[in-house]
Ligand binder design. Structure first.
Ligand code: HEC
Length: 171
């Protein structure tokens, strides 16, 4: 009986969280155009497209993940992630809310806080409509399968080329 109740309660909780993830409104072509504009002006591609830090961004892998990691002493090595709609290596399985939360709050769906190399503290100032537009644009990007190395933590061998930048402290 107790088990059945728990199962029913978790089903209800699941339904509510699924509803909470529903975008507040449908995506319009204007959202996608606004998102494209913001992504280009903000320069997301610098840290999220391979080749950028070697002076030759690979346009065939636009926003599909960097090939140079930011090194943060004590924390580890962090590659700009694949932002295309690929289900396995990109954001294809993320909801619009999960994407905008990562961009403006620095939280991934699995609860991990993003490293400060991802300047979400600045992006926290985006209006909800602009964050929604960015998420809508990213979800509409063609999928590019490109797995960037997961963060490895501090102390091991760097998983690839790295770049050291001292980031300002999170307020
Ligand atoms: C200065 C470099 C830099 C810029 C500019 C930047 N990012 Fe990032 N971003 C990163 C890094 C590095 C990570 C990985 C951090 C980590 O794994 O902790 C990341 C992670 C992310 C993630 C989480 C994805 C995942 O799979 O965990 C999203 C979403 C994201 N960035 C979107 C954006 C968007 C949208 C923009 C532009 C508005 C942007 N980023 C601009 C460096 C950057």
């Amino acid at each position: 009986m107790w088990k059945t109740l728990c199962a029913a309660a978790s089903a209800v909780a699941l339904t509510f969280s699924a509803l909470a993830d529903e975008p507040a409104r449908p995506v319009t072509p204007d959202d996608v155009a606004r998102g494209e504009y913001l992504v280009s002006v903000i320069g997301c591609s610098d840290c999220h497209t391979p080749g950028h830090f070697f002076g030759q961004p690979d346009r065939s892998k636009f926003l599909a993940g960097s090939d140079v990691a930011f090194v943060i002493p004590g924390l580890g090595y962090f590659f700009g992630s694949n932002l295309t709609s690929d289900e396995k290596t990109g954001l294809g399985a993320w909801t619009l809310t999960e994407i905008s939360d990562a961009v403006t709050k620095g939280v991934r769906p699995d609860g991990r806080m993003l490293a400060p190399s991802m300047p979400w503290m600045n992006f926290a100032n985006l209006t909800p409509d602009d964050a929604f537009a960015i998420a809508a644009y990213l979800k509409g990007l063609p999928p590019v399968s490109n797995a960037v190395p997961a963060p490895t933590g501090w102390g091991g061998e760097p998983p690839g080329p790295v770049m050291g930048v001292t980031m300002p402290k999170t307020p």
